[in-house]
Design a protein around this ligand. Structure first.
Ligand SMILES: [Zn+2]
Length: 325
């Protein structure tokens, strides 16, 4: 069977990752600190590959981009993307990193202890582990099914021990993933969240036995504005070369595409690459009803840019009210 393993290894997708704090456009501002706070961290999933990335804004998420299916292949591809401090609908900063396992199946992929330590809490939605390190780092694991969690409060654990399985357990609907948090005490003895992403990248590289490659996303910044006559106009900025992009306006409640525009992003000399687009709201939506809308940029079936979601009312052909973003 050796030849098969060689063949598989040769075709394994190389590990690539986006920089710390490089969140999906329109999903808030992350923490760009590159410091690996825990250089000994064991990767929290027992199996690779694994895929940190947005749950909320990617396919299958509450504010997600189409297609609306969390099992969509683009959710399970490199590069990794940080979600520490990703914006929540109530504008809170997301306190951890969300990690999808190898597949979207619940209660199949093992979650392990990232350090030697003691399980300090087992609650309905999360398990907390306090490490033996001098920082007494707290690691919190969310969304495992409590019926099959393998540890109890007070249990000592060694790094790599099984804690449970990746699931989607929460008070509201969520996708199948592990939400992973780290907390440390500051010099003034206040326990606070710290960014786990650089430590996760380093732990994953050790797990794979190879270095990953930092990449700049083929992502686009999507900005848009309202004009009652013209609908939604905007601009997109990619990071690099010329490319063909489809920009779509969605009714975020019905998940229905309302309009689309194919644009070519052009780069000229020293100028940044840019393209403008115009989308319009169809007559069926000019009925005085308040609706939530979203603007997405796609390369093939991969969402590469997300505009800020907004709520608006269109009345007739030329009157509209934007209720905010
Ligand atoms: Zn999360």
């Amino acid at each position: 069977m050796t030849w098969l393993w060689v063949a598989l290894a040769a075709h394994a997708e190389p590990f690539t990752y986006l920089a710390p704090g490089d969140l999906l456009p329109g999903s808030g501002f992350g923490d760009r600190t590159e410091r690996v706070l825990d250089p000994e961290l064991t990767f929290p999933l027992g199996e690779v590959p694994a895929h940190p990335g947005s749950q909320l804004y990617n396919p299958g998420g509450y504010l997600g981009s189409p297609p609306w299916d969390e099992c969509t292949a683009s959710n399970f591809r490199y590069p990794w993307r940080d979600t520490y401090c990703e914006r929540r609908p109530d504008r809170r900063c997301h306190a951890g990193v969300d990690i999808r396992a190898r597949t979207c199946a619940a209660s199949l992929h093992e979650v392990v202890a990232v350090a030697d330590g003691t399980v300090s809490q087992v609650r309905d939605y999360f398990v907390t582990l306090v490490s033996d390190d001098p920082h007494r780092t707290e690691y919190r694991y969310w969304h495992m099914d409590p019926a099959v969690v393998q540890v109890r409060a007070g249990d000592p654990v060694r790094r790599g021990d099984t804690l449970g399985w990746v699931s989607n357990h929460y008070s509201t609907r969520t996708t199948t993933h592990l939400h992973f948090e780290m907390r440390r005490k500051s010099p003034s003895d206040v326990s606070r969240f710290v960014p786990p992403y650089p430590s996760l990248v380093a732990s994953y590289e050790r797990r794979l036995g190879t270095s990953g490659r930092p990449v700049v996303a083929g992502v686009l910044t999507v900005e848009h504005a309202f004009d009652c006559d013209d609908g939604i106009t905007g601009w997109i900025w990619p990071d690099a070369q010329q490319q063909e992009v489809r920009v779509e306006l969605f009714d975020a409640t019905s998940s229905r595409a309302l309009d689309a525009a194919d644009v070519t992003v052009a780069c000229a000399g020293e100028q940044p690459c840019v393209a403008s687009f115009a989308l319009s709201v169809p007559r069926s939506h000019r009925d005085g009803q308040l609706r939530r809308y979203g603007v997405y940029a796609h390369l093939g079936d991969v969402a590469v840019g997300v505009g800020a979601p907004f709520v608006a009312v269109w009345e007739g052909a030329d009157r509209c009210i934007a209720e905010g973003r």
